[in-house]
Design a protein. Structure first.
Length: 190
């Protein structure tokens, strides 16, 4: 849609703004027949904002009620949720590079009414809501239709775990990842 901003009354600006249309008014410009001047925009220095994660080929697929049937997993989720406030505070205080090594596990609703546990790299994490990028490809269709690399947003109550990976080149263990530990124990037990 093309809008002639030179002929748009003040009410038109308000409507355009309400509709989310981008309207730019430059002081000192008029429509006296002058051609717009195109100025090249200098490229911005970019920071690699891709989270530092790896694909796992041997993912463990669990039924939606797994925490109800697996005490170790239920305890791990409880422990993760009890430490969630501290984790969010640390994430909030971290610099951009350190935030790339954080993820939260989301109890994501599926279109069939069940849930799937997927990892999300948070880009915004408030006490009430997480916004981020889905890190792994869901096994089933999520209710919101998202797949790996898509932006997602969900309430804080739908977090069941968090993990903070160590800096590359250090021998420090990951922090959090409580459900991972429980799932590995489940996988290794007969």
């Amino acid at each position: 849609m093309m809008i002639d901003i030179h002929r748009m009354p003040v009410v038109g600006f308000a409507i355009a703004a309400a509709l989310g249309l981008c309207v730019v008014v430059l002081p000192g410009c008029d429509d006296a027949g002058s051609e717009p001047i195109e100025q090249p925009i200098a490229p911005r220095e970019t920071v690699d904002t891709k989270p530092q994660w790896q694909e796992l080929s041997d993912a463990i697929v669990l039924p939606a009620d797994a925490p109800n049937n697996n005490k170790a997993l239920a305890d791990a989720i409880d422990r993760a949720r009890k430490t969630l406030h501290e984790a969010r505070t640390r994430w909030t205080q971290a610099d951009e590079t350190d935030r790339l090594r954080w993820a939260v596990k989301w109890v994501a609703p599926l279109d069939n009414g069940e849930v799937e546990y997927v990892w999300v790299h948070p880009t915004h994490w408030s006490p009430f809501r997480v916004e981020g990028v889905l890190l792994n490809e869901p096994v089933h269709a999520l209710l919101i239709g998202a797949s790996s690399g898509d932006a997602v947003s969900f309430p804080d109550e739908e977090i069941c775990d968090w993990i903070h990976l160590p800096r590359p080149g250090t021998n420090a263990p990951a922090e959090g990842g409580f459900t991972n530990d429980a799932l590995l124990q489940t996988k290794e037990s007969p």
